[in-house]
Design a protein around this ligand. Structure first.
Ligand SMILES: [Zn+2]
Length: 108
């Protein structure tokens, strides 16, 4: 993530807030911690039923689109792979709690 994202993450964590970031690319990160959207609560899974794509709507507007990989029922939880970059530093690893049979044990 960029330096602004890192600073915001540190500030939110020090305030005891959860961090809801979605990186569009190396320069653009959406911060959903302070402005709510129900989609920010979609969990990660190593065996997702959805995937996220970035779609452009004009020159200045990009949106995150969540696409189902298969038919989902009304009671199914929507989940996608956050696709965090792999971090070699064990202290920075984020445990994955998805409980999927193919769980990678860490999200990064
Ligand atoms: Zn997992």
């Amino acid at each position: 993530m960029g330096s602004v994202a890192n600073l915001r993450e540190c500030r939110y964590r020090s305030q005891g807030k959860h961090c809801y970031f979605f990186r569009i690319n190396n320069e653009v990160v959406i911060y959903a911690t302070m402005k709510e959207n129900i989609a920010r609560l979609i969990n990660h899974s190593c065996m997702p039923n959805c995937f996220a794509r970035i779609m452009s709507f004009g020159e200045d507007e990009d949106r995150i689109i969540l696409i189902a990989k298969k038919d989902v029922s009304a009671e199914d939880e929507l989940i996608f792979d956050y696709r965090f970059e792999v971090d070699q530093n064990d202290e920075l690893k984020v445990p994955c709690l998805c409980e999927a049979p193919n769980c990678k044990k860490f999200m990064n």
